[in-house]
Design a protein. Structure first.
Length: 401
């Protein structure tokens, strides 16, 4: 398997095509389109489920979902629906002043659920701050994700309890953490793998490039999973790279593959393949899930200022949840009773999240001064005293209450 033939594979290519020749042509074509045509380019990618819900064959990746059952498909659909419901509730809570900020995953459910369900329990995940679907797959209670965004804690869960690290706000730094962790478990003799999630914007960060270098040189068992939602806040991908992002892996000496980010089956299959490579000692892989952020970058952002409504409308037609629902219906894998029960469960989840957030106790006002220095510091003591006086002034103004 070569880097280019793997990355450039399309679902309509016949199994008898010559991998090397087809891969070169596809890669050259994609590169030219990316450099010249920008967002109008149609990328070559791995797809197992079309936007219309039709299952298509792929000679290389079908084997990784060959044993999937109707129950499994319903499970993937449930995961995506409940993750979207949680995300919508969090967005509403922020708009109501209950959260300080929220980073929505709207439109990226398939990339996260597909890749998340490909992981083993002993694999370790390093997320950014938008991987709510992956957290769901790792068994992290959705309400625990909201504490940081409400300002009541610094994370909300034990990373080692679910092998799911705390959210990382510094863009791209978790790629280095993941690489170091992967190098460490190799020395420990473990056969587990590590996965690092980041976006297209983070792919331009120096930390990510350094992680690529170290992981390649030390053959670290890490999968770099880039959710390319095409907008790094207001910056389109073509302003960051003249080639598709998965091709960056070639310069570091390991495979890169582009997958339809709105196809949950393709994300499941490609991530399984990449994780198996890592566990087998074949080193890192870069997976670029080509998807779309249907909402704002965060709730402080207004995407209407930098992108057009027709662009979003085109991607809504490729909605990952609608795509799998169509497949379930056409294949008679789910009936109206299943969808109705899931709707009820979805509403119950929204209610539970809303009540849990509003019941979160306020943190100790002085906790901000803890753990700044291991042995304390005079300046911190001074700032604490000033803050105490400031807090006391409110009680004085209120008649000592």
């Amino acid at each position: 398997m070569t880097v280019e033939s793997t990355a450039a594979r399309t679902p309509r290519r016949s199994a008898g095509s010559k991998a090397g020749t087809t891969g070169t042509k596809r890669t050259t074509s994609t590169t030219k389109k990316a450099a010249g045509a920008g967002k109008s380019a149609e990328p070559a990618l791995v797809q197992l489920l079309t936007p219309e819900g039709k299952r298509v064959k792929n000679a290389e990746f079908d084997q990784y979902v060959a044993d999937i059952t109707a129950e499994d498909l319903r499970g993937l659909y449930r995961d995506m629906v409940l993750t979207r419901r949680f995300d919508a509730e969090a967005t509403a809570l922020q708009r109501q002043g209950e959260l300080g900020l929220w980073a929505s995953l709207l439109g990226q459910e398939a990339a996260q659920i597909g890749s998340g369900r490909a992981l083993r329990d002993d694999d370790y995940v390093f997320p950014t701050y938008r991987e709510h679907g992956v957290a769901w797959c790792r068994g992290v209670d959705p309400t625990n994700l909201l504490g940081m965004f409400r300002g009541v804690n610094n994370g909300g869960w034990d990373p080692n309890g679910n092998n799911f690290h705390l959210y990382t706000i510094v863009i791209g730094s978790q790629a280095l953490h993941a690489t170091g962790y992967a190098m460490g478990i190799t020395k420990d003799g473990a056969d587990s793998a590590v996965i690092a999630y980041f976006g297209d914007g983070a792919s331009s960060q120096g930390d990510v490039a350094e992680a690529f270098t170290f992981s390649a040189v030390y053959n670290a068992p890490v999968v770099f999973f880039c959710q390319n939602n095409q907008w790094a806040i207001s910056e389109p991908t073509e302003k960051q790279s003249r080639v598709p992002l998965y091709q960056r892996a070639q310069g570091f000496g390991f495979p890169g593959v582009r997958v339809d980010g709105n196809d949950v089956l393709a994300n499941l299959a490609v991530t399984k393949w990449a994780l198996e490579r890592a566990r087998a000692g074949d080193g890192p892989t870069l997976v670029e899930a080509f998807t779309y952020r249907m909402g704002a970058h965060t709730t402080s952002d207004d995407p209407t200022r930098y992108r057009h409504d027709d662009e979003r409308a085109a991607w809504e037609a490729k909605d990952p949840i609608l795509r799998l629902r169509r497949h379930l219906e056409v294949s008679n894998h789910a009936d109206e009773g299943f969808f109705a029960e899931l709707e009820t469960e979805s509403e119950a989840l929204g209610k539970r999240v809303r009540e849990a957030v509003r019941a979160m106790p306020d943190p100790d006002h002085f906790a901000i001064f803890e753990n700044v220095y291991a042995d304390g510091h005079a300046l911190v003591d001074e700032e604490r005293a000033q803050f105490a006086a400031y807090q006391a002034s409110f009680a004085d103004e209120d008649g000592g209450k």
